[in-house]
Design a protein around this ligand. Structure first.
Ligand code: PLP
Length: 374
């Protein structure tokens, strides 16, 4: 039986041929394909200005710089995310302030945000874990009441929506990742949806050494920009992916529905919210009933692997990493995130898998859990 990974990108032949053409063209770094990709993304996001970067992490860093966030500032975020979400705050020289998650959505608990706001708070970075959007109405009501910027870490949200509006088509700064495992990929890459055209020059300077070129061929530098431009090779992959994002999302929803139909709910696993309107089903994550089992999560994943099924852990709670413990965070600070961090397992979910694959995963889980009950 072929190994079923927990995710795999869907790249069609037309895209592969397009990448070959870029490679043969003599221009492989940032150029016409990046400009075309940015224009296509801007169309997708309802005409808002968009700039592309070489990672979602770089995109978040530029967003923080655009907001002028630095030493002395606090940024509120969730401890249940990929560590990039918090690392970029440290990179900016600011302080991450974590707020525990809502155990149902596994996203930042909006009811607890206001208690974490201080005079030093400048921004909130929400994350749409697994592609399930955090409540944008509530979020922006809090941000506007306290005059805070919002940098949406929408790394997992491509194709997701809120009340019928695409994530990215509204709101403050919205950051996406096109890492290979995300719903749409450029192999590595990301994009930032800006508020208006006035932010474009600084965003462009920040992604390429601060350089501004004048029409007469001279250049100047007035800000220490970094190096986070996307290549034309990567942009061409993105141009081949973007037209499929709707179909990818539909397929992921169909597979997720099948998980709910096949999953044995008597096993005691925690299931994600059954949302088929807003979520793009970036991941399907269960929580293991570890207190009822005589195996660890690691052993569970190993038993899945023995049955030729891949599974992932997304994510351990950020504040328990050594770096963050060193900043004073402790076990017990954010119990909901810690619980999810201990019990979560990501099951296979990607457009090219079959409904039979879902059934195979569900039977494997039943077999493993029934065989491991205390
Ligand atoms: C993937 C991801 C990032 C980082 O994106 P990269 O493209 O890997 O730099 C940031 N935040 C979240 C929530 C992510 O899932």
């Amino acid at each position: 039986m072929a190994f079923l990974p927990f995710t795999r990108p869907s790249i069609d032949e037309e895209t592969i041929q397009g990448v070959v053409e870029v490679l043969r063209s003599g221009w492989i770094t940032s150029g016409p394909r990046v400009r075309e990709f940015e224009a296509a993304l801007s169309d997708y996001f309802g005409g808002r200005p968009v700039r592309a970067f070489n990672s979602g992490t770089a995109t978040l860093e530029v967003a923080l710089q655009l907001c002028g966030i630095g030493p002395g500032d606090e940024v509120i975020t969730t401890p249940m995310s990929w560590v990039a979400t918090a690392n970029v705050i440290l990179h900016a020289g600011a302080r991450p302030v974590f707020v525990d998650i809502d155990p149902v959505t596994r996203n930042i608990d909006l009811e607890r945000i206001e208690a974490a706001i201080t005079p030093a708070t400048r921004a909130i970075i929400p994350v749409d874990l697994a592609g399930l959007p955090a409540d944008r109405d509530r979020l922006y009501a809090i941000a506007s009441k306290h005059k805070l910027r919002v940098i949406e870490d929408a790394a997992q949200s491509m194709g997701a929506s809120w009340n019928g509006k695409k994530i990215g088509a509204f709101g403050d700064l919205v950051s996406f990742s096109f890492h290979a495992n995300k719903n749409m990929t450029t192999s590595e890459g990301g994009c930032l949806v800006l508020n208006d055209e006035s932010q474009i020059p600084l965003a462009e300077k920040l992604r390429l050494q601060g350089v501004v070129r004048a029409p007469d061929g001279t250049m100047d530098v007035d800000v220490a920009g970094g190096k986070s431009n996307l290549t034309d090779i990567a942009a061409r992959i993105g141009l081949g992916q973007l037209p499929h994002i709707g179909a990818f999302t539909e397929r992921r929803r169909e597979l997720a529905r099948h998980y709910f139909a096949c999953f044995d709910r008597t096993l005691g696993c925690g299931l994600p919210p059954e949302n088929f309107s807003d979520s793009n089903w970036h991941m399907f994550q269960i929580l293991l009933p570890l207190d009822q089992l005589n195996i660890s999560r690691g052993e569970f994943i190993e038993r899945m692997r023995q049955r030729e099924i891949g599974a992932g852990v997304h994510y351990p709670a950020i504040h328990l990493f050594t770096l963050y413990r060193g900043l004073g965070f402790r076990e017990g600070d954010f119990p909901e995130a810690e619980g999810v961090g201990r019990e979560t397992v990501t099951l296979p979910l990607f457009p090219d898998m079959s409904l039979q694959d879902v059934e195979r995963v569900c039977s494997a889980i039943r077999e493993i859990i029934e065989g491991a009950k205390k």
